[in-house]
Design a protein around this ligand. Sequence first.
Ligand code: CP
Ligand code: NVA
Length: 307
Amino acid sequence: MKHYLSAGDLSRPDAEALLQRAQALKVEWKHDGHPELLLRGKTLALVFEKPSLRTRVAFEAGMTQLGGHGSYLSANDIDMGGRESVPDVARNLSRWVQAISARVFNHATVETLARYSSVPVINALSDREHPCQALADILTLQEHFGQLQGLRLAYIGDGNNVCHSLLLLGATLGVNVRVACPFDYRPDPEILALAQQRAAESGATIAISAVPQEAVEHADAVYTDVWASMGQEHEAIRRRQVFQPYQVNTELMALAQANAVVMHCLPAHRGEEITAEIMDGPRSVVFDQAENRLHVQKALILTLLGM
Ligand code: CP
Ligand code: NVA
């Protein structure tokens, strides 16, 4: 694996090895920090066209903890595609840094960066995928339930970037993923086809419906995300109406397993896609997911750098 643009870039053994590495880094960090600073002298560029809390801080803190440095470049700094073409940004950065993480509007931008970069490129969220998030989510499930094979994950809401990466990584690792979303907001058919193929190989199942109650029934984990993603703010009012029946609340959670966990990639809008009661309740693992961003992103950088 040269770059990590999609959760589908990981084979099952690659994904398992990466999660194991993340878990080991987590344990090591909690005990002694990292005695061996594997990324000493190395720099990760963070090219971000959109805001971020978790992804940015997890990359920057992760680099620092491993002895390296994260260099953050906002849209204001480099205006990718405006001040300078995407290929030229990639060619320049490749001369100074050891890896590039990029948060972009169009998925094609991370693909172009990867095409012209001689160093690994990581998708830090695009309109199509959020593959770093999916790694943290799956690690959280593995820690919580002890195993992934056969777990039932219900994703409720918009068939968006977060949903796409979860479908791909979940299916690869044997997690049964049931998505409930309004008809016009279903996941991309190409992603679904790949997820189905991965599920056939791993023994998992994938199901899409418009009925949240159906998806949540007997689920071990119930996941939701904002109804309007970054860049879709102008659609927020319409989306609030369409997605209202897809709110994750106490009533819906009552249909899941008694020990089911609630997941959200954050930031969350309490009172919209999730009620405050559920988000802040005892079943919520949202801050474990957030913490795990750190551990998986460190594992990812080390893996991509062949370390
Ligand atoms: N979940 C997530 O990616 O958060 P940020 O947008 O704050 O990075
Ligand atoms: N789907 C959301 C995820 C934010 C982490 C977005 O793209 O804005």
